[in-house]
Design a protein around this ligand. Structure first.
Ligand SMILES: Cc1ncc(C[n+]2csc(CCOP(=O)(O)OP(=O)(O)O)c2C)c(N)n1
Ligand SMILES: [Mg+2]
Length: 438
């Protein structure tokens, strides 16, 4: 022992200094964008494994990209879901409606009708097409950028706008941030602002469905940035351990507000590759290809329904707009990224596919877009009749204490009485436009 060199005494003498890697996005504002390092592969080249296959046979799917629609606007390969033209037009219609809705709500926020909105521009296929591959009563646990699911499931637009305006018609009584919808009737779990909490909840729901011998499966959507949360990893572990009938959809849109995907691990590996470590089936999919999105979700749904196990799907896409109305992406990323994104725009790609099939044309598209915009405008007016955010208290003050507990516990009862008393003292007779109903 005595004649060995003491490593502690030696440390720092000859050893190279340690250094830490801090990820940095490739392009910043004003930079010319070159995405040639992004390997998107060729549409139609990926085989389609059997839905009951063992996860360890799927390694390559975690690193490749399932693609169907080619630059020739045709569908290629075994992942082509072979949807009939009517279904494709319906898909296009929901995507066009989602886009029209986003445009109008964004404008509404700028006009001061609400405090907040989030668009999903460029990501419509990851919600609309994926949702179409599920049964309408499969339980979904989305994040805040999946308005396309509600539109696809036929949730009335007026309910969405009432919620965004937190007005008299808002079923959630103004208690949730705008866009954090909830609809039990549409098997749409309440959106939470606490990122990734929906992932273990989806797995738990799926486990319960299996315990009850039900046939419904669960699907959750989570942003790539949010996969850095511990909740996501607990969800993966529970899903694989109990073979829960669940689909974990990771929307890799490259950005988490102003943090690029590298901070969630994208410089080292793919998000689909997370599946390998857990023994989950993993698929990496072109998220701007509506046919590939549909096919992948259908594959995973069949697998879950056959009790063959959960699937983690990475949808490789791009967030074309700012994170939310509170964000300005020109401060942290190059404006060219959107134009240069190698996978194009999902609405355009589906439209061009239908045209290529001889089942659509530009005139009909124009009409569809116009009708969608007109419809959203009309419904917006109807919702405005119920009030807009910030113009009066649309629900009676005391309702903030209701609907959580069946019976209000004593300490909340005391708090409620105190708050109501203080308010009445300060504003005798209430505020103008104060909701007096219910
Ligand atoms: C637990 C938690 N941490 C941080 C935030 C703040 N936050 C809201 S959205 C967001 C970015 C999420 O990015 P991503 O998961 O990639 O989803 P995207 O917005 O791209 O759809 C952050 C950090 C939050 N709401 N909850
Ligand atoms: Mg993201």
């Amino acid at each position: 022992m005595a004649d060995r060199p003491d490593p502690q005494a030696q440390a720092g003498h000859n050893a190279p200094g340690l250094s830490l890697h801090v990820p940095e996005p490739k392009f910043r504002p004003g930079d010319a964008v070159d995405f040639s390092h992004v390997d998107v592969g060729e549409p139609g080249k990926q085989p389609r494994p059997d839905e009951t296959c063992a996860p360890e046979t799927m390694r390559d799917f975690a690193y490749g990209l399932v693609r169907v629609l080619g630059d020739d606007n045709r569908a290629h390969g075994p992942w082509d879901p072979k949807l009939d033209p009517e279904t494709l037009r319906t898909m296009l219609g929901h995507m066009a409606m989602t886009r029209a809705f986003d445009e109008r709500m964004f404008r509404g926020q700028r006009q001061g009708k609400t405090s907040f909105y989030m668009k999903c521009t460029g990501e419509e296929a990851t919600s609309v097409a994926a949702s179409m591959a599920l049964a309408s009563d499969d339980m979904v646990f989305p994040s805040y950028r999946q308005q396309g699911i509600l539109i696809q499931r036929g949730y009335p637009l007026i309910e969405m706008i009432n919620q965004i305006y937190s007005n008299r018609g808002d079923k959630l009584k103004g208690r949730q941030l705008p866009i954090m919808y909830s609809s039990r009737e549409h098997s749409f779990f309440t959106i939470s602002g606490n990122l990734a909490t929906q992932t273990p909840q989806a797995v738990g729901w799926a486990m319960a469905s299996a315990i009850k011998g039900d046939t419904r499966i669960a699907a959750t959507w989570v942003g790539e940035g949010s996969t850095a949360e511990g909740d996501f990893h607990s969800a993966c572990l529970f899903a694989t351990v109990y073979n829960a009938p669940v689909i974990l959809n990771v929307i890799n849109n490259q950005w988490a507000i102003s943090s690029f995907s590298g901070f969630a691990g994208a410089e080292r590996t793919t998000f689909a590759a997370r599946a390998l470590g857990y023994g989950l089936a993993g698929l990496r999919v072109d998220g701007n290809d509506p046919l590939a999105c549909y096919a992948a979700e259908q594959w995973a749904a069949n697998r879950a329904r056959a009790n063959a196990g959960p699937t983690l799907i990475e949808f490789f896409t791009y967030r074309a707009e700012g994170h939310s109305t509170s964000d300005d992406p020109s401060g942290y990323r190059s404006a060219q990224e959107r134009e240069e994104w190698p996978l194009g725009d999902p609405v355009m790609r589906l439209k061009n596919h239908l045209i290529e099939l001889g089942e659509w044309d530009e005139e009909r598209q124009e009409k569809m877009d116009l009708e969608a915009a007109e419809h959203v405008k009309k419904v917006t007016k109807e919702a405005e009749a119920n009030g807009i955010l910030g113009h009066g208290l649309h629900h009676p003050f005391r309702t903030m204490f209701e609907d959580v507990f069946e019976e209000l516990p004593w300490h909340l009862k005391e708090q409620a009485e105190q708050a109501i008393h203080e308010r009445e003292t300060k504003f005798p007779g209430g505020l103008p436009n104060e909701g007096k109903g219910a």
